[in-house]
Design a protein around this ligand. Structure first.
Ligand code: GBH
Length: 454
Protein backbone atom coordinates (compact mmCIF):
# COMPACT_ATOMS: atom_id res chain seq x y z
CA UNK A 1 0.00 0.00 0.00
CA UNK A 2 1.52 3.27 -1.14
CA UNK A 3 -0.01 5.61 1.43
CA UNK A 4 -1.59 4.89 4.79
CA UNK A 5 -5.21 3.75 4.83
CA UNK A 6 -6.43 6.99 6.37
CA UNK A 7 -4.39 9.22 4.01
CA UNK A 8 -6.48 12.28 3.09
CA UNK A 9 -6.76 13.04 -0.62
CA UNK A 10 -8.21 16.48 -1.12
CA UNK A 11 -8.51 19.57 -3.25
CA UNK A 12 -8.42 23.23 -2.26
CA UNK A 13 -9.76 26.66 -3.04
CA UNK A 14 -10.09 30.01 -1.28
CA UNK A 15 -12.97 32.43 -0.76
CA UNK A 16 -11.88 35.45 -2.80
CA UNK A 17 -10.59 33.27 -5.61
CA UNK A 18 -13.84 31.38 -6.22
CA UNK A 19 -16.89 32.86 -4.51
CA UNK A 20 -17.74 36.05 -6.38
CA UNK A 21 -20.89 37.69 -4.90
CA UNK A 22 -18.50 40.28 -3.53
CA UNK A 23 -21.22 42.64 -2.30
CA UNK A 24 -24.22 40.35 -1.87
CA UNK A 25 -26.30 39.33 1.13
CA UNK A 26 -24.63 41.75 3.50
CA UNK A 27 -21.01 40.92 2.79
CA UNK A 28 -18.56 43.71 3.67
CA UNK A 29 -15.67 44.59 1.37
CA UNK A 30 -12.23 43.05 1.82
CA UNK A 31 -8.94 44.59 0.77
CA UNK A 32 -9.07 42.49 -2.40
CA UNK A 33 -12.42 44.02 -3.34
CA UNK A 34 -11.26 47.54 -2.67
CA UNK A 35 -7.85 47.43 -4.24
CA UNK A 36 -8.65 45.38 -7.34
CA UNK A 37 -11.24 48.09 -8.00
CA UNK A 38 -8.69 50.86 -7.72
CA UNK A 39 -7.27 52.59 -10.80
CA UNK A 40 -3.81 51.66 -9.53
CA UNK A 41 -4.43 47.92 -9.32
CA UNK A 42 -1.46 46.11 -10.87
CA UNK A 43 -3.48 42.92 -11.32
CA UNK A 44 -3.23 41.57 -14.83
CA UNK A 45 -5.94 42.95 -17.15
CA UNK A 46 -7.40 44.69 -14.13
CA UNK A 47 -9.16 41.42 -13.29
CA UNK A 48 -11.16 41.25 -10.06
CA UNK A 49 -12.83 38.52 -8.01
CA UNK A 50 -16.23 40.24 -8.25
CA UNK A 51 -17.72 37.20 -9.96
CA UNK A 52 -14.84 34.71 -10.18
CA UNK A 53 -16.37 31.19 -10.34
CA UNK A 54 -19.60 32.48 -8.84
CA UNK A 55 -19.22 29.63 -6.38
CA UNK A 56 -21.52 31.49 -3.98
CA UNK A 57 -24.38 30.73 -6.35
CA UNK A 58 -23.06 27.41 -7.68
CA UNK A 59 -22.22 25.82 -4.35
CA UNK A 60 -24.36 22.69 -4.73
CA UNK A 61 -23.20 22.04 -8.27
CA UNK A 62 -19.60 22.43 -7.10
CA UNK A 63 -20.02 20.01 -4.22
CA UNK A 64 -21.52 17.52 -6.68
CA UNK A 65 -18.30 17.83 -8.69
CA UNK A 66 -16.22 17.20 -5.58
CA UNK A 67 -18.21 14.05 -5.05
CA UNK A 68 -17.67 13.01 -8.65
CA UNK A 69 -13.92 13.48 -8.19
CA UNK A 70 -14.15 11.22 -5.17
CA UNK A 71 -12.11 13.54 -2.96
CA UNK A 72 -12.01 12.82 0.74
CA UNK A 73 -11.58 16.45 1.79
CA UNK A 74 -12.25 19.94 0.51
CA UNK A 75 -10.05 22.71 1.85
CA UNK A 76 -11.82 26.06 1.56
CA UNK A 77 -11.43 29.42 3.25
CA UNK A 78 -13.95 31.64 4.92
CA UNK A 79 -14.35 35.23 3.89
CA UNK A 80 -14.03 37.09 7.19
CA UNK A 81 -15.99 40.08 5.86
CA UNK A 82 -18.81 37.88 4.58
CA UNK A 83 -19.36 36.68 8.13
CA UNK A 84 -18.51 39.93 9.95
CA UNK A 85 -18.82 42.74 7.40
CA UNK A 86 -16.42 45.13 9.15
CA UNK A 87 -14.37 42.36 10.76
CA UNK A 88 -15.10 43.22 14.39
CA UNK A 89 -18.78 44.24 14.71
CA UNK A 90 -22.12 42.64 13.92
CA UNK A 91 -22.32 39.14 12.51
CA UNK A 92 -23.99 38.76 9.10
CA UNK A 93 -26.29 35.72 9.50
CA UNK A 94 -26.55 35.15 5.75
CA UNK A 95 -22.79 34.98 5.44
CA UNK A 96 -22.52 32.45 8.22
CA UNK A 97 -25.42 30.47 6.73
CA UNK A 98 -23.56 30.13 3.42
CA UNK A 99 -20.66 28.34 5.11
CA UNK A 100 -22.93 26.27 7.30
CA UNK A 101 -24.83 25.10 4.21
CA UNK A 102 -21.56 24.36 2.43
CA UNK A 103 -20.41 22.21 5.35
CA UNK A 104 -23.74 20.34 5.38
CA UNK A 105 -23.61 19.79 1.65
CA UNK A 106 -20.04 18.49 1.85
CA UNK A 107 -20.84 16.06 4.65
CA UNK A 108 -23.98 14.86 2.88
CA UNK A 109 -21.73 14.02 -0.08
CA UNK A 110 -19.05 12.28 1.94
CA UNK A 111 -16.46 15.07 1.75
CA UNK A 112 -14.60 16.20 4.89
CA UNK A 113 -14.59 20.00 5.28
CA UNK A 114 -11.19 21.54 6.02
CA UNK A 115 -11.44 25.21 6.94
CA UNK A 116 -8.85 27.92 6.37
CA UNK A 117 -9.77 30.88 8.55
CA UNK A 118 -7.67 33.43 6.71
CA UNK A 119 -6.67 33.27 3.06
CA UNK A 120 -5.75 36.93 2.54
CA UNK A 121 -9.11 38.73 2.16
CA UNK A 122 -8.78 41.07 5.15
CA UNK A 123 -11.93 43.07 5.96
CA UNK A 124 -11.45 46.58 4.59
CA UNK A 125 -12.63 48.22 7.82
CA UNK A 126 -9.81 46.45 9.68
CA UNK A 127 -7.30 47.56 7.09
CA UNK A 128 -8.60 51.11 7.54
CA UNK A 129 -7.64 50.78 11.20
CA UNK A 130 -4.11 49.73 10.32
CA UNK A 131 -4.71 46.09 9.37
CA UNK A 132 -1.94 43.80 10.55
CA UNK A 133 -0.14 46.79 12.07
CA UNK A 134 -2.87 47.33 14.64
CA UNK A 135 -2.39 45.13 17.75
CA UNK A 136 -6.19 44.93 18.07
CA UNK A 137 -6.26 42.65 15.04
CA UNK A 138 -5.26 39.83 17.39
CA UNK A 139 -8.47 40.21 19.42
CA UNK A 140 -10.56 40.72 16.30
CA UNK A 141 -9.18 37.55 14.74
CA UNK A 142 -9.72 35.64 17.96
CA UNK A 143 -13.35 36.76 18.12
CA UNK A 144 -13.92 35.90 14.45
CA UNK A 145 -12.43 32.45 15.10
CA UNK A 146 -14.75 31.93 18.07
CA UNK A 147 -17.79 32.82 15.95
CA UNK A 148 -16.79 30.31 13.28
CA UNK A 149 -15.96 27.63 15.82
CA UNK A 150 -19.29 28.10 17.60
CA UNK A 151 -21.16 27.83 14.32
CA UNK A 152 -19.29 25.03 12.56
CA UNK A 153 -17.16 22.92 14.90
CA UNK A 154 -19.98 20.48 15.56
CA UNK A 155 -19.35 19.34 11.97
CA UNK A 156 -15.81 20.51 11.18
CA UNK A 157 -12.70 18.81 12.52
CA UNK A 158 -9.83 20.19 10.40
CA UNK A 159 -8.66 23.78 10.85
CA UNK A 160 -5.96 25.84 9.17
CA UNK A 161 -5.55 29.21 10.86
CA UNK A 162 -3.73 31.26 8.24
CA UNK A 163 -2.58 30.69 4.70
CA UNK A 164 0.92 31.78 3.70
CA UNK A 165 1.90 34.75 5.85
CA UNK A 166 4.92 34.84 3.52
CA UNK A 167 2.60 36.05 0.80
CA UNK A 168 0.04 38.28 2.50
CA UNK A 169 2.74 40.12 4.41
CA UNK A 170 5.60 39.63 1.89
CA UNK A 171 3.79 40.31 -1.36
CA UNK A 172 0.93 42.32 0.17
CA UNK A 173 2.84 44.72 2.43
CA UNK A 174 6.52 44.54 1.47
CA UNK A 175 6.89 44.14 -2.30
CA UNK A 176 3.40 45.50 -2.98
CA UNK A 177 2.20 43.19 -5.74
CA UNK A 178 -0.77 41.83 -3.80
CA UNK A 179 -3.52 43.86 -2.12
CA UNK A 180 -3.20 46.20 -0.27
CA UNK A 181 -0.19 46.91 -2.55
CA UNK A 182 2.02 48.33 0.23
CA UNK A 183 5.78 48.67 0.33
CA UNK A 184 6.65 48.91 4.01
CA UNK A 185 10.05 48.71 5.67
CA UNK A 186 11.39 46.02 8.00
CA UNK A 187 10.17 47.65 11.18
CA UNK A 188 6.55 47.58 10.10
CA UNK A 189 6.48 44.12 8.56
CA UNK A 190 8.20 42.73 11.65
CA UNK A 191 5.53 44.27 13.87
CA UNK A 192 2.91 42.80 11.53
CA UNK A 193 4.64 39.43 11.86
CA UNK A 194 4.24 39.61 15.62
CA UNK A 195 0.52 40.23 15.25
CA UNK A 196 0.22 37.37 12.78
CA UNK A 197 1.98 35.01 15.23
CA UNK A 198 -0.33 36.07 18.05
CA UNK A 199 -3.50 35.94 15.93
CA UNK A 200 -2.55 32.42 14.90
CA UNK A 201 -1.78 31.34 18.49
CA UNK A 202 -4.99 32.75 19.91
CA UNK A 203 -6.98 31.11 17.12
CA UNK A 204 -5.40 27.74 17.96
CA UNK A 205 -6.33 28.18 21.63
CA UNK A 206 -9.86 29.28 20.76
CA UNK A 207 -10.42 26.22 18.60
CA UNK A 208 -9.04 23.90 21.31
CA UNK A 209 -11.13 25.51 24.00
CA UNK A 210 -14.48 25.85 22.25
CA UNK A 211 -14.64 23.23 19.48
CA UNK A 212 -17.42 20.75 19.96
CA UNK A 213 -15.23 17.81 18.95
CA UNK A 214 -11.53 17.08 19.05
CA UNK A 215 -9.86 19.10 16.33
CA UNK A 216 -6.86 18.81 14.02
CA UNK A 217 -5.18 22.19 13.73
CA UNK A 218 -2.34 23.58 11.65
CA UNK A 219 -1.39 26.51 9.45
CA UNK A 220 -0.29 26.64 5.81
CA UNK A 221 3.04 28.36 5.19
CA UNK A 222 5.00 28.28 1.94
CA UNK A 223 8.59 29.12 1.02
CA UNK A 224 11.66 27.66 -0.60
CA UNK A 225 13.28 24.45 0.49
CA UNK A 226 16.49 23.25 -1.07
CA UNK A 227 17.16 19.98 -2.84
CA UNK A 228 20.62 18.51 -2.20
CA UNK A 229 22.99 18.12 -5.15
CA UNK A 230 23.50 14.47 -4.31
CA UNK A 231 22.57 12.23 -1.42
CA UNK A 232 25.82 12.37 0.51
CA UNK A 233 25.40 13.31 4.18
CA UNK A 234 27.25 16.59 3.53
CA UNK A 235 25.08 17.65 0.60
CA UNK A 236 21.92 16.83 2.55
CA UNK A 237 23.11 18.82 5.55
CA UNK A 238 23.95 21.76 3.30
CA UNK A 239 20.45 21.74 1.75
CA UNK A 240 18.85 21.37 5.17
CA UNK A 241 20.77 24.36 6.51
CA UNK A 242 19.92 26.53 3.52
CA UNK A 243 16.26 25.60 3.76
CA UNK A 244 15.98 27.20 7.19
CA UNK A 245 18.75 29.80 7.20
CA UNK A 246 17.88 33.37 8.13
CA UNK A 247 18.57 35.77 5.30
CA UNK A 248 17.95 39.52 5.64
CA UNK A 249 16.84 39.83 2.01
CA UNK A 250 14.47 36.89 1.82
CA UNK A 251 13.35 36.43 5.42
CA UNK A 252 9.66 37.23 4.94
CA UNK A 253 9.43 34.60 2.22
CA UNK A 254 11.23 31.88 4.14
CA UNK A 255 9.64 29.07 6.08
CA UNK A 256 11.70 29.57 9.21
CA UNK A 257 10.77 33.23 9.83
CA UNK A 258 7.17 32.10 10.39
CA UNK A 259 7.41 28.46 11.37
CA UNK A 260 10.25 28.71 13.92
CA UNK A 261 8.28 31.09 16.16
CA UNK A 262 5.05 29.11 15.72
CA UNK A 263 6.52 25.63 16.08
CA UNK A 264 9.68 26.21 18.12
CA UNK A 265 8.88 29.39 20.04
CA UNK A 266 11.85 31.41 18.79
CA UNK A 267 13.19 33.35 15.85
CA UNK A 268 15.58 31.62 13.44
CA UNK A 269 19.24 31.97 14.43
CA UNK A 270 20.72 35.25 13.32
CA UNK A 271 17.44 37.19 13.05
CA UNK A 272 17.69 38.96 16.40
CA UNK A 273 21.36 39.75 15.91
CA UNK A 274 20.63 41.27 12.54
CA UNK A 275 17.47 43.24 13.36
CA UNK A 276 18.24 44.26 16.94
CA UNK A 277 15.57 46.65 18.21
CA UNK A 278 13.49 46.30 15.07
CA UNK A 279 12.20 43.10 16.64
CA UNK A 280 9.73 44.14 19.36
CA UNK A 281 9.72 42.47 22.77
CA UNK A 282 7.74 39.28 23.29
CA UNK A 283 6.72 38.25 26.80
CA UNK A 284 6.95 34.63 27.94
CA UNK A 285 3.16 34.51 27.90
CA UNK A 286 3.11 35.73 24.29
CA UNK A 287 5.62 33.07 23.27
CA UNK A 288 3.54 30.38 24.87
CA UNK A 289 0.44 31.54 22.98
CA UNK A 290 2.36 31.71 19.69
CA UNK A 291 3.69 28.20 20.03
CA UNK A 292 0.42 26.58 21.04
CA UNK A 293 0.75 22.92 20.01
CA UNK A 294 -0.37 21.98 16.50
CA UNK A 295 -1.49 18.64 15.09
CA UNK A 296 0.13 18.81 11.68
CA UNK A 297 2.62 20.83 9.68
CA UNK A 298 0.64 22.14 6.71
CA UNK A 299 2.69 23.35 3.77
CA UNK A 300 2.03 24.71 0.30
CA UNK A 301 4.73 23.43 -2.01
CA UNK A 302 5.02 24.10 -5.71
CA UNK A 303 8.75 23.75 -6.25
CA UNK A 304 12.07 23.66 -4.48
CA UNK A 305 15.40 25.28 -5.20
CA UNK A 306 18.53 23.63 -6.48
CA UNK A 307 21.25 23.74 -3.93
CA UNK A 308 23.26 26.27 -5.94
CA UNK A 309 20.48 28.86 -5.70
CA UNK A 310 21.24 31.90 -3.61
CA UNK A 311 19.29 31.79 -0.35
CA UNK A 312 18.35 35.43 -0.84
CA UNK A 313 16.28 34.44 -3.86
CA UNK A 314 12.61 34.86 -3.06
CA UNK A 315 11.60 32.36 -5.69
CA UNK A 316 12.84 29.05 -6.96
CA UNK A 317 14.22 30.17 -10.31
CA UNK A 318 16.79 27.50 -10.80
CA UNK A 319 18.41 29.09 -13.78
CA UNK A 320 18.93 25.88 -15.70
CA UNK A 321 18.80 26.43 -19.45
CA UNK A 322 15.63 24.94 -20.89
CA UNK A 323 14.47 23.39 -17.63
CA UNK A 324 10.89 22.12 -17.42
CA UNK A 325 8.49 24.83 -16.30
CA UNK A 326 4.74 25.22 -15.87
CA UNK A 327 2.61 27.67 -17.85
CA UNK A 328 3.53 30.48 -15.45
CA UNK A 329 7.25 29.68 -15.50
CA UNK A 330 7.48 27.92 -12.17
CA UNK A 331 10.18 25.24 -12.35
CA UNK A 332 9.02 21.63 -12.14
CA UNK A 333 10.98 20.01 -9.32
CA UNK A 334 9.30 16.73 -8.35
CA UNK A 335 11.68 15.97 -5.48
CA UNK A 336 10.30 19.02 -3.69
CA UNK A 337 7.68 17.01 -1.85
CA UNK A 338 10.16 14.45 -0.58
CA UNK A 339 12.75 16.88 0.69
CA UNK A 340 10.25 19.33 2.10
CA UNK A 341 8.33 16.64 3.96
CA UNK A 342 11.58 15.25 5.32
CA UNK A 343 13.13 18.54 6.37
CA UNK A 344 9.91 19.87 7.90
CA UNK A 345 9.31 16.70 9.84
CA UNK A 346 12.88 16.63 11.15
CA UNK A 347 12.76 20.23 12.29
CA UNK A 348 9.20 20.63 13.55
CA UNK A 349 8.35 17.06 14.55
CA UNK A 350 4.80 17.24 13.25
CA UNK A 351 3.05 15.00 10.71
CA UNK A 352 3.09 16.68 7.32
CA UNK A 353 0.03 17.70 5.33
CA UNK A 354 0.61 19.08 1.84
CA UNK A 355 -2.06 21.79 1.95
CA UNK A 356 -1.33 22.86 -1.65
CA UNK A 357 0.56 21.53 -4.65
CA UNK A 358 -0.38 21.91 -8.28
CA UNK A 359 0.39 23.04 -11.77
CA UNK A 360 -0.72 25.97 -13.91
CA UNK A 361 -1.44 25.00 -17.49
CA UNK A 362 -2.91 26.52 -20.65
CA UNK A 363 -6.14 24.56 -20.46
CA UNK A 364 -9.09 25.05 -22.78
CA UNK A 365 -11.99 22.96 -24.01
CA UNK A 366 -10.90 20.92 -27.02
CA UNK A 367 -12.97 20.26 -30.15
CA UNK A 368 -14.11 17.00 -28.60
CA UNK A 369 -15.61 18.89 -25.66
CA UNK A 370 -13.00 17.65 -23.20
CA UNK A 371 -10.08 19.35 -21.48
CA UNK A 372 -6.85 17.45 -22.15
CA UNK A 373 -4.12 18.41 -19.71
CA UNK A 374 -1.38 15.78 -19.82
CA UNK A 375 1.12 18.23 -18.33
CA UNK A 376 -0.84 18.39 -15.08
CA UNK A 377 -1.13 14.61 -14.89
CA UNK A 378 2.59 14.19 -15.47
CA UNK A 379 3.49 16.95 -13.00
CA UNK A 380 1.33 15.51 -10.26
CA UNK A 381 2.47 11.95 -10.86
CA UNK A 382 6.08 13.00 -10.45
CA UNK A 383 5.42 15.05 -7.34
CA UNK A 384 3.39 12.27 -5.75
CA UNK A 385 6.19 9.83 -6.39
CA UNK A 386 8.46 12.11 -4.39
CA UNK A 387 5.89 12.28 -1.64
CA UNK A 388 5.53 8.52 -1.69
CA UNK A 389 9.23 8.17 -0.97
CA UNK A 390 8.67 10.19 2.21
CA UNK A 391 5.86 7.83 3.15
CA UNK A 392 8.06 4.79 2.57
CA UNK A 393 10.73 6.28 4.82
CA UNK A 394 8.12 6.50 7.57
CA UNK A 395 7.74 10.24 7.64
CA UNK A 396 4.22 10.65 9.03
CA UNK A 397 1.99 12.11 6.31
CA UNK A 398 -1.57 13.27 6.88
CA UNK A 399 -2.50 13.73 3.25
CA UNK A 400 -2.21 15.61 0.00
CA UNK A 401 -4.42 18.52 -1.07
CA UNK A 402 -4.27 19.42 -4.73
CA UNK A 403 -4.38 23.12 -5.66
CA UNK A 404 -6.83 23.71 -7.03
CA UNK A 405 -10.27 22.19 -7.21
CA UNK A 406 -11.29 24.48 -10.08
CA UNK A 407 -9.73 27.25 -12.14
CA UNK A 408 -10.03 30.55 -10.28
CA UNK A 409 -8.80 34.09 -9.73
CA UNK A 410 -5.04 33.81 -9.45
CA UNK A 411 -4.36 36.98 -7.45
CA UNK A 412 -1.79 39.21 -9.19
CA UNK A 413 -2.11 37.37 -12.49
CA UNK A 414 -5.91 37.35 -12.53
CA UNK A 415 -7.59 34.73 -14.70
CA UNK A 416 -4.58 34.23 -16.94
CA UNK A 417 -3.47 31.07 -15.12
CA UNK A 418 -5.47 27.89 -14.66
CA UNK A 419 -4.63 25.52 -11.81
CA UNK A 420 -7.89 23.54 -11.61
CA UNK A 421 -8.79 19.90 -11.98
CA UNK A 422 -12.04 21.39 -13.22
CA UNK A 423 -12.11 23.92 -16.05
CA UNK A 424 -14.25 27.03 -15.61
CA UNK A 425 -15.56 29.05 -18.52
CA UNK A 426 -15.81 32.51 -16.96
CA UNK A 427 -18.27 33.76 -19.57
CA UNK A 428 -20.84 31.00 -19.04
CA UNK A 429 -19.77 29.55 -15.65
CA UNK A 430 -19.84 26.11 -17.25
CA UNK A 431 -17.58 23.64 -15.43
CA UNK A 432 -15.81 20.79 -17.24
CA UNK A 433 -13.82 18.13 -15.41
CA UNK A 434 -10.39 17.97 -17.01
CA UNK A 435 -8.58 14.74 -17.87
CA UNK A 436 -6.50 15.36 -14.75
CA UNK A 437 -9.68 15.44 -12.66
CA UNK A 438 -10.67 11.98 -13.83
CA UNK A 439 -7.11 10.83 -13.37
CA UNK A 440 -7.02 12.20 -9.80
CA UNK A 441 -10.28 10.36 -9.11
CA UNK A 442 -8.50 7.12 -10.09
CA UNK A 443 -5.46 8.01 -8.01
CA UNK A 444 -7.70 8.45 -4.99
CA UNK A 445 -9.64 5.27 -5.68
CA UNK A 446 -6.34 3.34 -5.77
CA UNK A 447 -4.97 5.22 -2.73
CA UNK A 448 -2.04 6.28 -4.87
CA UNK A 449 -1.16 2.92 -6.41
CA UNK A 450 -1.68 4.07 -10.01
CA UNK A 451 1.02 6.73 -9.85
CA UNK A 452 3.39 3.86 -10.59
CA UNK A 453 1.71 2.74 -13.82
CA UNK A 454 3.50 3.78 -17.00
C1 GBH B 1 -0.56 29.79 -3.41
O1 GBH B 1 0.54 30.61 -3.17
C2 GBH B 1 -1.78 30.42 -2.83
O2 GBH B 1 -2.01 29.99 -1.50
C3 GBH B 1 -3.01 30.21 -3.66
O3 GBH B 1 -4.03 31.04 -3.22
C4 GBH B 1 -2.67 30.41 -5.10
O4 GBH B 1 -3.78 30.39 -5.93
C5 GBH B 1 -1.68 29.35 -5.50
O5 GBH B 1 -0.54 29.49 -4.75
C6 GBH B 1 -1.28 29.37 -6.96
O6 GBH B 1 -0.74 30.59 -7.34
O7 GBH B 1 8.71 31.88 -9.27
O8 GBH B 1 8.78 29.56 -9.67
O9 GBH B 1 9.97 30.39 -7.91
C7 GBH B 1 1.73 30.19 -3.77
C8 GBH B 1 2.93 30.92 -3.28
C9 GBH B 1 5.11 31.68 -3.80
C10 GBH B 1 4.42 29.56 -4.62
C11 GBH B 1 6.14 31.78 -4.87
C12 GBH B 1 5.50 29.61 -5.68
C13 GBH B 1 7.69 30.60 -6.23
C14 GBH B 1 7.42 30.34 -7.66
N1 GBH B 1 4.02 30.87 -4.21
N2 GBH B 1 6.56 30.49 -5.31
S1 GBH B 1 8.82 30.55 -8.69
Amino acid sequence: MAFSKDFIWGVAGASYQVEGAWNEDGKGPSIWDTYTHSRQSPVKQHDTGDIACDHYHHMKEDVALLKELGVKAYRFSISWSRVIPDGFGEVNPKGLAFYSDLVDELLANGVEPMITLYHWDLPQAIHDRGGWLNPDIVTWFERYTKIIVDALSDRVKYWITINEPQIFIGLGCYTGVHAPFLKLCDRDVILMSKHVFLAHGHAVRTIREYAKQSSKIGFAPTGPTFIPDNESAEAIEEARKKSFAFNPDGYLFSNSWWADPICLGKFPDGAKEFFGDLIPDFTEEEWSIIRSPLDFYGCNIYNASRDETDIAATDAKNGLVGEPITAINWPITPDALYWSARFFYERYQLPVLITENGCANTDYVFLDGKVHDPQRIDYTTRYLRGYYRASKENIPLVGYIYWSFMDNFEWGIGYSARFGLVHVNYQTQVRTIKDSGYWYRDVIASNGEIIWKE
